[in-house]
Write a protein that binds this ligand. Structure first.
Ligand code: 5GP
Length: 183
C-alpha cells in the first residue's frame, strides 16, 4: 500500500487541530511540523507546535528550496519543511495541517496528495468558536472570519470536504476517506 500525503485545511476555529490530534491517536500517521515567523501563543512549544523562526531565516529557506509549500497571511509566513516530509513519507502516511493556499501548492507538486477541507456547520458556529478561544482580539477574529470566507470558497478545489459538527463523526469520516484512497 502506498503512503499518502494528506493535507488537512480549514478556517481557523473549525477544530482541525483537535481532529488531527484524534487521527494521530487512532492511527499510524506522522504529523509535519511547520515553520512560522509568528510569535508563539501561550502553551505552544518549539518543535512541537511549530518551529518558530525569524523572517530572515524563513526567506533563506525559501531561497534554498527548503519548503514543500509556504504561504504568507496574517502578516506572518508559514511553511512545510520539505526534507522532513519526504523522509517520513517513506515510512508512513504524513498529515500536513496547512492553509488552503499551501494545500493547493502541494497538489501542484504532488498531484497524488489527498486534500481534505474541514468546514464548520455554519458561520455562526465558527464565530463563537473563535471568540470562545479567548486568545484573539476582536479585530483578529474579524480578520480570521474574512479569511474563513476565502477558504470556504476555495474548498471546491479540494478532493473532499468534511463538516465538523460532531467531532467523532468527522474523524471517522476522514478515516474512511483515507482507507478508501489507500485501496
Ligand atoms: P495559526 O497561526 O492559527 O497557528 O495558523 C494560521 C493558519 O496557518 C492555519 O490555517 C494553519 O493551518 C496555517 N498553517 C500552519 N502551518 C502552515 C504551513 O506550513 N503552511 C501553510 N501554507 N499554512 C500553514
Amino acid at each position: 500500500m502506498r503512503n499518502l500525503l494528506i493535507v488537512i485545511s480549514g478556517p481557523s476555529g473549525v477544530g482541525k487541530g483537535t481532529i488531527v490530534e484524534r487521527l494521530l491517536s487512532r492511527g499510524n500517521y506522522s504529523l509535519s511540523v511547520s515553520c512560522t515567523t509568528r510569535a508563539p501563543r501561550e502553551g505552544e512549544t518549539e518543535g512541537k507546535s511549530y518551529f518558530f523562526i525569524s523572517k530572515k531565516k524563513f526567506l533563506e529557506m525559501i531561497d534554498e528550496g527548503g519548503f514543500l509549500e509556504f504561504s504568507n497571511h496574517f502578516e506572518s509566513y508559514y511553511g512545510t519543511p520539505k526534507a522532513f516530509v519526504e523522509k517520513q513519507l517513506e515510512e508512513r502516511d504524513v498529515i500536513l495541517e496547512i492553509d488552503v493556499d499551501g494545500g493547493l501548492q502541494v497538489k501542484r507538486s504532488h498531484p497524488e496528495a489527498l486534500l481534505i477541507m474541514i468546514l464548520p456547520p455554519d458561520r455562526e458556529t465558527l464565530r463563537s468558536r473563535l471568540a470562545g478561544r479567548g486568545t484573539e482580539k476582536p479585530e483578529t477574529i474579524e480578520k480570521r472570519l474574512a479569511r474563513a470566507d476565502y477558504e470556504i470558497e476555495k474548498s471546491r478545489l479540494y478532493d473532499y470536504t468534511v463538516i465538523n459538527g460532531e467531532l467523532n463523526a468527522a474523524v471517522t469520516e476522514i478515516e474512511n476517506i483515507i482507507k478508501r484512497e489507500k485501496e
